[in-house]
Each structure stands twice: as C-alpha cells, then as structure tokens.
Design a binder for this molecule. Structure first.
Ligand SMILES: Nc1ncnc2c1ncn2[C@@H]1O[C@H](COP(=O)(O)OP(=O)(O)OP(=O)(O)O)[C@@H](O)[C@H]1O
Ligand SMILES: [Mg+2]
Length: 295
C-alpha cells in the first residue's frame, strides 16, 4: 500500500515539477519577448532622440547663420548708404566744385550696389516663403540669353573675358517666366564674370528632346573645390567684397537661382575644377512647370 501510495506521490510531485518548469519556461519566454520589445522601443526612441537632436542642431545652425547674415547685411547696407550720404553732402557743400561729377558717379555706383543687395534679400525671403510669383508666357530663349549677356558683358570685360552664345538649331519657343529666366542666367553669368580672368564664358542652349531644353553657363575661370561646391547653394554665405568688384556679394545668388529653377520645373547641376573652370547646367521643361492641381 505504502509502496503504491509512494509511487503516486512521486508521480504527483513529478507532474507538479513538470508543470512548474513549463510555467517557468513560459514566463521566461514572455520575459524575453517583453525585453526584446522593450529593447526595440528603446532603440527607436533613441533614433527619435537622435533625429530631434539633429533637427535642433540644424535649426541652431540656421539661426546662427541668419544672425551672422543679418550682422553682415546691416554692415553691407550701411557702407554704401554712408557713401551716398557723404558724397551728396560734399556736393551740397560745394555744388560748383570740380569733384561734383565724380562724386555723383560714386553716388550712382553705391546706389546701384544697394539696390542689387536689397533686391537679392527680398527675392531670397520671397523664395524662402514660397511667395515668388511666376508670370508664365511664351518665351524666346535666345532673346533672353542676348539680354542677359548684354547686362553681364561689362562685368566680364572688367576681367578681360569674352562672352559667347551658342544656341542649338530649331530651338523654338518655350513656356516660362522671362524675367525669372533672365535672373537665373544673370546670376550664373555674373558669377562666371566675377571668377574668370582673361577667359571665355559661354552660354549654351540646346533642345534635349520634345519636352526639355538645357541651358549651360560654362567658364574657364578659377573653379571651385569640393568644399566650395558643397556650400554653393547654402544661403547666408559670409558677405564679402570680391576682389576687383564694385558691388557687394550677398552670397544669395545661387540659393535664389536654385529656387527659381525648381519653381520653373527644372533642375540645376554644377561641375567645377579648380583652375580650370565651372559648368552650370540647368534643365527645364519646354511646356513650363507642371500645373498645380486645385485642391
Ligand atoms: N562660376 C564660378 N566660378 C568660381 N566660383 C564660383 C562660381 N560661381 C559661384 N562661385 C562661388 O560660390 C559663391 C556663392 O555664389 P553666389 O552666387 O551664391 O553668391 P555671390 O556671387 O558671392 O553673391 P551674389 O550672387 O548674391 O551677389 C561665390 O561667392 C563664389 O565663391
Ligand atoms: Mg552670385
């Protein structure tokens, strides 16, 4: 009896042990699952923290750059404004003096510099807030090229550079905003003119097919290294006076240019080699930017 009873007890004990082990194993598995979940949540949280941190750093960088830009800008505004006031005062004090014409010319130069600076800053802030409006119409690209070259030519001549236009056959009419297109070409041409001495600047226009055309501004100037190329489209580059230039550089030209090209439905690409020159390629749609569907 005892033996049989003892056997049952052992059997019962064995089963209880087995059940307990199973329960423990299940609990361990559950724990393992939960800690895996917890680990996954933790790492995705770490990812979010990292992203937030990067966003914060970028915002700080941007706002620091804006602060610097504003400081530079007010300096750049004050310098020509002081020149305008100073020379105007000299004329007022001695209206018949022999320096009157030169003083008036200095006022014109300083005034023009101020105007281009103000225009750039306004355009940049409009483009930043999406308020730059386009006036789309049929455009003769060769005519826009000619106009832009005519404006940039004096700058190129200051550095004894030539400016050529090459328009491919059968270019035809495109849909665009002529003023903005001219602004793009002028920005690119003025950059080439600033940085090319005794060289050649070529504006090329070619049809890429029925839907697209390509504008290129190619110069044999001093070119840019990788670092300069990487920062090229960044706004708020330090304002500085280029050697031999009469006008201030706002460092906004390329950021405005890129925004306009995007608004016109195109893309811009820059290749450059130090000491050899720069090629800026702008591809645009013949039919203009795709229409925004009404919401
Ligand atoms: N064709 C080029 N050759 C060599 N360097 C260039 C050329 N185009 C641009 N860069 C460099 O890139 C910088 C930024 O150009 P960007 O047009 O944005 O500003 P900027 O010409 O200095 O000023 P802004 O156009 O506002 O008057 C220039 O200051 C210059 O250092
Ligand atoms: Mg420029």
């Amino acid at each position: 009896m005892t033996g049989a009873g003892g056997g049952e007890d052992i059997e019962l004990l064995r089963r209880m042990l087995a059940r307990e082990r199973a329960a423990r194993e299940q609990a361990e598995m559950l724990l393992e699952d939960k800690s895996r979940d917890l680990y996954a949540t933790l790492s995705s949280l770490q990812g979010v923290v990292r992203e937030l941190d990067a966003a914060r750093r970028q915002a700080e960088h941007h706002s620091a750059a804006k602060g610097l830009f504003l400081a530079d800008l007010s300096h750049e505004l004050r310098t020509p404004l002081n020149a305008v006031i100073g020379y105007a005062e000299m004329i007022a004090e001695d209206p018949r003096g022999d320096q009157v014409v030169e003083d008036a010319q200095r006022i014109v130069v300083a005034g023009r510099g101020l105007l281009s600076l103000i225009n750039n800053v306004l355009d940049y802030s409009k483009a930043e807030t999406g308020k730059l409006e386009l006036s789309l119409q049929p455009v003769e690209v060769p005519a826009v090229i000619e106009e832009s070259i005519a404006i940039a030519l004096p700058m190129a001549r200051e550095h004894r550079s030539r400016v050529l236009a090459e328009v491919g056959p059968g270019f035809g009419t495109v849909t665009s905003d002529p003023m903005r297109l001219r602004q793009v070409l002028l920005n690119l041409l003025s950059n080439s003119a600033k940085h090319t001495k005794d060289g050649v600047i070529t504006v090329k226009a070619t049809r890429l097919g029925p839907q697209d055309y390509r504008l290129e501004v190619i110069d044999s100037g001093r070119g840019m290294d990788r670092g300069q190329l990487e920062r090229l489209f960044e706004p708020f580059q330090p304002v500085r006076r280029e050697e031999g230039m009469r006008f201030a550089s706002t460092g906004l030209g390329m950021s405005i240019t890129r925004r306009i090209v995007l608004m016109l439905g195109g893309r811009i690409d820059v290749r450059s080699t130090v000491g050899q020159g720069t090629v800026v390629t702008v591809d645009l749609p013949v039919a203009g930017p795709p229409r925004m569907e009404a919401a």
